[in-house]
Design a protein. Structure first.
Length: 442
């Protein structure tokens, strides 16, 4: 009887996962009269790989035949073979050849798959789910995965939507079309719920982000506001061009939805290619190596890369910023060096502005500033030294402040690059190439 029940589970898994109709055998068993009815199942199942385990758990599922069929005896289409209430005949068990059983079990290994990341046919990142589960969760089928036994399920929301799926996208209406300038102030909000209570961090990737640029350091016409995260993990209002940027925030003590709100004011004189697509990834304790340390708005885990202020390509950062960019210290690395020139010698503009009370710039044009007196309000910090002006130079390797010079941080990891601005004048910001340096051999 135990062997019979095992085959029932296998048949039901195949029918539920692939909707294959029926698998003919000598018993000519029809799967149509038998269905899986979920009872008190959680709204999201993290792993389809745990499906067999869940089948054995009380309160998860039960088996039930169609109402018009006798509960104890079921006949096949020719009324020749009698079926028990377990839905399979002992005839098949006794007469099945070894290769048939092997094929049966081999198919089962394909059915068991995890909800790992996959790439849809449109190039979006999704999760591998059974097709019925994808649709039930509000996802969009974007191709196949798990050797054809699953679908690459992409979760996309727009204005007014709420999703509870990891890796969800929030995009502007009719993306990639440009949103028209509103005739009156307009807001668009999107909410994301925790996939489970153990989510601790969220990473937001701005795969495409274009709103109107700030005016005098203020996001006056457009801005995105993120709310609902932990109080100690604030996110500044964002506007302008931030494609390719990312942020982290914490959800350790929150169970309420996180809301993303885009506010657009009616200003026909401002021409904006307004559109966005962002991806929201929730991180559990097992994902903590991927999560940013506390109070790090951005986190990079590569030995080399580029860090930028928000809206650098748009030409100006916003005021009233106070956040930290963190870089994971690689094994064997003892320091990190920042440059605003690439390997080809091309210079990226560096402009962090500080002005006196009379409106005069504290730092002369095209010169670097270092220290508290030169950089009282707007600055980045490297190894405890404030840096500002229009050149990157801390005078460690070159005392000529009219030229750029590499700046090295030798503090313990993670390497932290704080950035602060006040409510006064703003500049373009920074785009720095960083590289970690191996420890010197003793």
């Amino acid at each position: 009887m135990r062997a019979v029940s095992s085959f029932v589970v296998v048949l039901l898994l195949l029918a539920e996962t692939r909707s294959r109709g029926y698998w003919g055998r000598r018993s000519r068993l029809q799967d149509a009269p038998w269905r899986i009815h979920y009872v008190a199942a959680p709204p999201l199942r993290k792993n389809t790989a745990d499906l067999l385990y869940e089948l054995s758990q009380p309160g998860m599922i039960k088996l039930k035949s169609d109402a018009f069929l006798d509960e104890n005896v079921i006949e096949d289409e020719d009324n020749q073979i009698k079926f028990g209430t377990n839905g399979i005949t002992s005839t098949f068990i006794k007469e099945a050849k070894d290769e048939e059983v092997a094929r049966f079990l081999n198919l089962l290994t394909l059915v068991r798959f995890s909800n790992s990341e996959c790439l849809s046919e449109d190039g979006l990142v999704g999760s591998c789910y059974p097709d019925s589960e994808c649709v039930a969760l509000g996802g969009v089928i974007g191709g196949s995965c798990a050797n054809g036994f699953g679908v690459c399920c992409v979760f996309i929301g727009t204005c007014g939507d709420r999703l509870q799926a990891n890796g969800s996208y929030f995009q502007s209406p009719n993306f990639p079309e440009i949103m028209p300038t509103p005739t009156r102030p307009k807001s668009c909000y999107f909410e994301i719920l925790k996939t489970n209570p153990w989510v601790t961090h969220v990473r937001v990737d701005f795969e495409f982000f274009q709103l109107s640029n700030p005016t005098a350091g203020e996001c006056q016409n457009d801005r995105m506001i993120i709310s609902g995260q932990d109080e100690g993990s604030p996110v500044p209002p964002l506007c302008g061009s931030n494609t390719g940027q990312h942020i982290y925030f914490e959800l350790l003590n929150k169970q309420t939805p996180v809301r993303f709100t885009v506010i657009s004011l009616s200003n026909s004189s401002v021409v904006v290619n307004r559109r966005w697509r962002i991806r929201i990834t929730q991180l559990n304790p097992r994902d903590l190596p991927l999560a940013a340390p506390s109070h790090c708005l951005q986190y990079y885990s590569s030995p080399t890369g580029v860090v930028q202020s928000f809206n650098y390509e748009g030409g100006a950062y916003t005021n009233n910023l106070n956040y930290a960019i963190c870089i994971k210290k690689m094994p064997g690395a003892c320091s990190i060096t920042y440059r605003n020139t690439n390997v080809a010698g091309q210079e990226s503009r560096f402009q962090i502005v500080n002005v006196e009370r009379g409106g005069q710039s504290i730092i002369p044009v095209n010169q670097a500033g270092a220290g508290v007196f030169n950089c009282p309000d707007d600055y980045i910090v490297v190894s405890g030294v404030r840096l500002c002006g229009e050149k990157l130079n801390d005078a460690t390797t070159n005392i000529d402040f009219t030229v750029n010079a590499p700046v090295t941080d030798t503090t313990s990891g993670p390497f932290i690059l704080p950035f602060r601005t006040n409510a006064g004048n703003v500049g373009q910001g920074f785009s720095l190439v960083y590289s970690q340096n191996a420890c010197a051999l003793s």
